[in-house]
Every structure is written in C-alpha cells, then in structure tokens.
Design a binder for this molecule. Structure first.
Ligand code: FES
Length: 154
C-alpha cells in the first residue's frame, strides 16, 4: 500500500482516523506522536506589528511600489522583525481613502498614514515602529468621515 499523508487535523484525531480506516476497509492505523511535525508554513509569527501597504490603483500611481521597496529594505537593514514588538509587512488591496494616496496602515493601532514619501516613511519607522509613538502630523485619524490630504511641509 502506498504511503498516504493525512491532513494535520486528522493526524490529531484518533476517532476520525479510525472512521477513515473503517470506511476504507483498512486495518486500524497507529499514530506516532513523535512523527507529527508541523509542516513548512506553520510558524505563527511572534511579531506584534504589521504595516499594510495599499497596492490599489491610486496608491500604486502615487508611489506605493516605491514605499513598499523602501519599507522592505529598511525592514532588513534595521532588523525590524526582531526589534521592539517586531514588525512584519504586507501588501494589501484598497484601504479606503484612495484620494489620500499612497496609504499605509500600521497595526495594532490601526493608524492610517497617507500622502507619504520615503522620508515620511523613515519617520514612521523611527517614531512609530521603533519608539511606539504614532507620527501625528502624518497620521489620519480613523473617524469614518471624509478627510483631505494635508499640504506637504517644505
Ligand atoms: S487604492 Fe489605496 S486606499 Fe484605495
């Protein structure tokens, strides 16, 4: 009989495994608890922070790809995954306020940042991700109301 890899849930459920063996008219199978190893991709990250970078059309047109590349470079250079609460990042679809593009959102606070360039992102990294203080002059409060992009500093 060929080797069959069972789904992880079935590996932990003796009753389900016994029912499957009976349904297949197969002799009962004994599980080897030491043989159960988490599969690749089973790691639940320890990092508490997430930066979501919007990749919706208006954000990409406003420079989101550049922000994403800069964030990933700085994430490696500054070892953000291992510092403080740890930061991971992900691309996402539209976050909502497209007219304020490019938009990112930092969790667990859910802080929106908009109209960013790479210099602004450096501030978010230093002040919010590493020091835990949202950058209020770059942040847009989650009010549920329409907002306008604030003029850029010179
Ligand atoms: S496309 Fe980025 S917020 Fe909508």
């Amino acid at each position: 009989m060929p080797t069959v890899r069972l789904v992880p849930l079935l590996q932990r459920d003796d009753a389900a495994l016994a029912a499957l063996c009976a349904a297949l008219d197969h002799a009962p199978v004994q599980l080897d608890p030491d043989g159960i190893k988490p599969a690749e991709g089973s790691l639940v990250p320890a990092q508490k922070r997430r930066v979501l970078v919007c990749m919706g059309g208006p954000c990409v047109a406003a420079g989101a790809e550049t922000l994403w590349g800069h964030l990933r470079n700085e994430q490696d250079r500054l070892k953000l995954r291992a510092r403080g609460d740890g930061t991971m990042s992900a691309k996402t679809s539209c976050l909502g306020p497209c007219n304020l593009a490019p938009v990112i959102q930092v969790w667990p606070e859910g802080t929106y940042y908009a109209g960013l360039d790479e210099h602004d992102l450096d501030r978010v990294i230093a002040e919010h991700l590493l020091a835990g203080r949202p950058v209020n002059d770059l942040a847009y409060e989650a009010t549920g109301a329409k907002q306008v992009l604030r003029p850029r500093r010179l």
